[in-house]
Design a protein around this ligand. Structure first.
Ligand code: SAH
Length: 239
């Protein structure tokens, strides 16, 4: 008999937590037939490439700090924010997502799973990060598949308090993105603390997780207005 993919979780899960994650996968597959939420087609793929990937961030974060508040920027269908919130009910998790149909799904998940540590915020990071309740209010910002690092940093660092972290899962070769992020780091108050290789149990190849520590406050003019960070990324002079 095959073992359940969640048996490979990098963090221990109670029977209840497993049930919640299974329900999340069911909801994702059911909604995905009607509204396009994710390219992942099967439960197997959701577990191995998405849920375990999200859960792999828990020990990485906890090796540095125990977050009170964590924001998932561009959460999409809830990744990595929903698995993190299930695995760590003491973290208060905000999911920021710009697309209405995804926000409707996220609200349905939060209601159905009764996740009382999750807040869903419909909006663009460029706007939400300027609001008083969100600005430099988080210990950790995570963002998966949101944008290349210079853009991701402009959308994420403004949410994070000095001393907190941006945690960005990336592909096997993030060197080019890192090189292009030097100016964004300088302007926004970030410092690349570590680039960790991460291996997933049932997926071949190595990924990386970029850990950026917030070392100075972000100037009030960042993030720039909606669309600007992606259109005119904060790149080094020569690029
Ligand atoms: N993190 C998810 C989704 C990645 S796709 C995952 O790993 O599966 C990127 C998501 O970010 C999309 O859902 C898109 O609507 C959202 N997004 C892109 N730019 C955004 C912005 N500026 N503010 C908020 N959400 C944004």
């Amino acid at each position: 008999m095959n073992t359940h993919p969640l048996a490979h979780s990098p963090v221990p899960l109670s029977a209840r937590q497993r049930r919640l994650l299974e329900r999340y996968v069911e909801l994702l597959l059911a909604w995905n037939r009607r509204v396009n939420l994710t390219a992942a087609a099967s439960a197997e793929e959701l577990y191995t490439r998405h849920l375990l990937d999200a859960l792999s961030l828990v020990p990485i974060v906890e090796a540095r700090l125990i977050p009170g508040r964590l924001v998932d920027v561009g959460s999409g269908a809830g990744l990595p924010g929903v698995p993190l919130a299930v695995a760590r009910p003491a973290w208060r998790v905000t999911l920021v997502e710009a697309t209405g149909k995804k926000v409707r799904f996220l609200r349905a998940v939060v209601a159905e799973l009764a996740l009382d540590n999750v807040q869903v915020r419909h909006g663009r990071a460029e706007d939400v990060a300027h609001e008083r309740d969100h600005r430099e209010a988080y210990d950790v910002a995570v963002a998966r598949a949101l944008a290349k690092l210079p853009v991701l940093l402009e959308l994420c660092l403004p949410f994070v308090r000095v001393g907190g972290y941006v945690v960005a899962p990336k592909g096997p070769e993030p060197d080019e993105e890192l090189r292009r992020a030097t100016r964004a780091l300088e302007l926004l108050g970030g410092h690349v603390e570590e680039v960790l290789p991460v291996r997933l149990p049932q997926v071949s190849g190595t990924r990386t997780v970029i850990l950026v520590r917030k070392v100075r406050p972000t100037p009030a003019n960042y993030p720039r207005p909606p669309g600007r960070p992606a259109k005119r990324p904060l790149l080094p002079q020569q690029d």
